[in-house]
Design a protein around this ligand. Structure first.
Ligand SMILES: Nc1ncnc2c1ncn2[C@@H]1O[C@H](COP(=O)(O)OP(=O)(O)O)[C@@H](O)[C@H]1O
Ligand SMILES: [Mg+2]
Length: 506
């Protein structure tokens, strides 16, 4: 349908004011985990403290309290900031009047977070705040659930209520936001791939790791401090958060320090550090040297936004041997237009943003991607095995990555091919424990060699150890014959037997 400029014969007003509960139900639930919801509340506290860090009367402490109520969790974030002067604009969706730092990007986070915990008619939340003016008048102010727009009799306006005293706020000024989150939703802090059920304490531990990661740059470089109070069964445990930092492999790290840059929206500073990291077994999610947690980590003013992104910077999927490679990039600026825009969950950047594109090309230009096979355990073992065979006078030909099935142009390669004086042996290597499929892969190589007219006398699957089913499968396969009619001769060997020590540098 083409849009035309015709003169109408009549007009009617569209009545599209949403109701508060309708809008609340509509905007909630875009987060993958309640930990991200909590980050929105933490962001508001951090933003206020960062914008007012010059005020010596404020407390730079943010406390997240998590109280186990059985079927729900009472989540509260309390800060010692300036308090909220204008609660109307703070509670207006998409209103950016109160923005203080680039962390207040969407005018959305607070409402989004409350709605994401519970947007049902039973929703329970409260905002309690105290500015310097309130403190002088010995009062505090409070707004409570439910969210409303005050558009009709059924959608009564929310009210700010004034009370005398401090309202249990721990600092002379500040804000405390509490929201009740049903337990089923609170459990989303546990990543789906973790199978074992988690008790409340474990769920709190996931949140702590998330906060230590997301705010690492803030905890490390600013006076802002964070605590998590875990309250369950009448007991209270207080955790003071330290930044979660990767453990770098010595000698692999390059730190560019602070580099002035412009991504198209004005000057900013890029902090960039990269290298190989070592596995930290005490982390549940981050810096695990796996595909999910490695690659490029992007932050704004110390706050993590997105990670992974390897393929978007270097145009191809990360190779398992590059899993320890990490690039940390932190964009420092108080000017929101200098920074690439984030999605309104703040868990990724807006893909089409030209400043993001410029940032990704900056990374591709200044950070060299590591060679694919550096340092994989399997490869190091194969190299050692190759060296041993090369020193064996009875081995006439030692060839790594020997192509097979060339007859049909297959790109298959055998890990190691050894032509001894009296026999040909091929090796398929695995760093850890073998699977049935590994033996079948080796069988494919034997078949390929037979068809390529370099028949194999012995095919060795070498690994750290072999499962019972692999041993059974070997016995079965050894009763069969290759395409050239020769009987198969599969053997299972271990690195131990070869005197090769698996050195896990990760
Ligand atoms: N803890 C807090 N301290 C001071 N001001 C706050 C706090 N939480 C929220 N606000 C005010 O409420 C506004 C709206 O918050 P929010 O909905 O998260 O949107 P945004 O952070 O994008 O502005 C903030 O801009 C800020 O002015
Ligand atoms: Mg916010």
């Amino acid at each position: 349908m083409k849009i035309e400029n015709k003169t109408p014969i009549a007009e009617e007003i569209i009545r599209n004011n949403p109701t508060g509960h309708g809008l609340f139900a509509g905007i909630g639930d875009n987060f993958n985990s309640v930990a991200q919801v909590i980050c929105e509340l933490m962001d508001d506290a951090v933003s206020n403290l960062r914008a007012n860090s010059g005020d010596p009367e404020l407390s730079m402490r943010v406390v997240l309290s998590l109280e186990n109520l059985g079927d729900a969790v009472e989540i509260s974030v309390t800060d010692g900031g300036t308090g909220i002067a204008d609660l109307s604009s703070a509670l207006t969706i998409a209103c950016r009047d109160g923005a203080q730092t680039p962390l207040n990007e969407h005018g959305f986070g607070l409402k989004h977070a409350l709605a994401s915990c519970d947007s049902s008619p039973e929703q329970m939340w409260s905002i309690r705040t105290r500015t310097k003016a309130d403190a002088a008048a010995n009062q505090y102010r409070e707004v409570k659930a439910p969210y409303s727009m005050g558009t009709s009799e059924l959608d009564k306006p929310m009210k700010v209520r004034f009370y005398s005293g401090t309202g249990d706020l721990p600092h002379p000024t500040g804000t405390s936001i509490s929201v009740r989150c049903p337990m089923a939703k609170f459990r989303t802090v546990k990543p789906d791939r973790k199978a074992a059920p988690s008790d409340f304490h474990n769920l709190v531990r996931y949140i702590i790791e998330e906060l230590r990661y997301v705010y690492a740059g803030i905890l490390a470089n600013t006076p802002i401090t964070m605590e998590v109070w875990e309250i369950s069964g009448g007991e209270e445990t207080q955790h003071t958060l330290t930044p979660l930092l990767p453990v770098w492999e010595e000698g692999s790290v390059k730190d560019y320090g602070e580099i002035p840059c412009n991504l198209g929206g004005g000057p900013l500073t890029i902090r960039c550090k990269y290298g190989n990291i070592l596995k930290n077994p005490s982390n549940a999610i981050y810096y695990k040297c796996n595909m999910e947690s490695s690659g490029v980590e992007l932050r704004i003013n110390g706050r993590a936004i997105e990670h992974g992104m390897f393929d978007r910077v270097w145009g191809e999927a990360i190779h398992p041997s590059q899993n320890r490679f990490l690039v940390q990039v932190d964009l420092i600026s108080d000017n929101p237009t200098a920074l690439p825009a984030t999605k309104n969950t703040k868990t990724s950047f807006c893909e089409a943003d030209p400043r993001l594109k410029n940032l990704l090309s900056w990374i591709a230009s200044y950070v060299p991607v590591p060679a694919k096979d550096v340092d994989s355990v399997e490869l190091r073992c194969v190299r050692e095995l190759t060296a041993k065979r090369e020193n064996d006078p009875t081995a006439l030909r030692v060839s790594r990555e020997e192509p097979v099935f060339q007859k049909i142009g297959l790109k298959a390669k055998v890990d190691l091919f050894v032509g001894y004086i009296d026999r040909v042996t091929i090796y398929e290597a695995k760093a850890g424990k073998t699977k049935a499929l590994d033996l079948y892969q080796l069988r494919m190589y034997v078949d390929g060699c037979a068809l390529d007219n370099k028949p194999v006398d012995e095919a060795v699957l070498i690994a750290k150890r072999h499962s019972a089913e692999v041993k059974e499968l070997r016995d079965i396969l050894n009763t069969l014959t290759a395409p050239d009619g020769r009987p198969y001769n599969f053997r299972l060997a271990t690195w131990d037997e070869e005197g090769i020590v698996i050195r896990q540098s990760a």
